[in-house]
Design a protein around this ligand. Structure first.
Ligand SMILES: Cc1cc2nc3c(=O)[nH]c(=O)nc-3n(C[C@H](O)[C@H](O)[C@H](O)COP(=O)(O)O)c2cc1C
Length: 221
């Protein structure tokens, strides 16, 4: 049975009294999870909504605690790292990570960046060795799959699209995912939210269908 880590990041919920206020990225992730549950009903699912419950930002004391050897860590330092320890253990358990994210200011929400800053940690998720030359960082984990589900107000962020160079969401998450041990990266995008026209309806419909198809494929692989 596979373990799935589900991270949501939009600041919006999915049960607003006005449906138009609901998070599109979270609702597409929910479609993926619904299908996955049917096919993997005994598999564990860990859910974190960092939009609703943002992780703490890291601080100078946090960085100092990370670089203090375990044997010398004070109780305060251990407490400061306990959220990071928990979030990392959730990544360690996961075979598949499903991450839903809004595009805010052409990148990820600050809450999702805060999650990455808590999780990508020396000696825990990566090692650093100058003997490796110009690329001293190496991930510790391996073999994971990440599915990134995004929603944006504008469109054309794909490779060759009219806003490719403005896309600091998918490429950033893909770069970081290497340090979580991700070896296969999938992306599903809903676009045009701000245009609120047929292109938006089609984009969201296609994204829900892609989420179902990918859940089927990954659950059965
Ligand atoms: C603070 C904020 C910043 C946004 N910045 C962008 C942006 O840079 N580019 C874009 O295409 N859409 C942008 N949008 C639109 C959102 O990406 C869009 O509403 C998306 O559907 C939000 O995801 P959600 O529906 O899952 O909440 C922004 C929306 C908000 C609230």
């Amino acid at each position: 049975m596979k373990t799935l880590l589900h991270i949501d990041a939009s600041a919006r919920k999915t049960n607003n009294s006005v449906a138009a206020y609901n998070s599109i990225s979270k609702s597409i992730a929910a479609t993926f999870i619904q299908k996955w549950r049917i096919l993997n009903n005994e598999g564990k699912i860990i859910h974190r909504d960092v939009g609703a419950n943002p992780p703490d930002f890291i601080s100078q004391d946090w960085i100092a605690a990370v670089f203090t050897p375990d044997s010398a860590k004070t109780d305060n330092q251990k407490a400061l790292l306990s959220l990071s320890d928990t979030l990392i253990s959730e990544v360690e358990q996961a075979d598949v990570i499903v991450m839903s994210s809004s595009m805010y200011n052409y990148g990820m929400p600050a809450t999702l960046k805060a999650w990455f800053d808590q999780v990508i940690r020396i000696h825990k998720t990566f090692t650093f060795d100058l003997a490796r030359g110009d690329f001293p960082l190496e991930p510790i984990m391996s073999g994971k799959i990440l599915v990134l589900i995004t929603s944006s107000g504008e469109f054309g962020f794909e490779i060759g699209g009219i806003r490719e160079k403005m896309n600091h969401l998918g490429p950033h998450v893909q770069t970081l995912s290497h340090y979580l041990g991700v070896e296969k990266f999938h992306e599903i995008n809903a676009e045009y939210q701000e245009f609120n026209d047929d292109r938006h309806i089609n984009s969201v419909t296609n994204a829900h269908n892609s989420a179902k198809e990918l859940a089927l494929k990954l659950a059965c692989s």
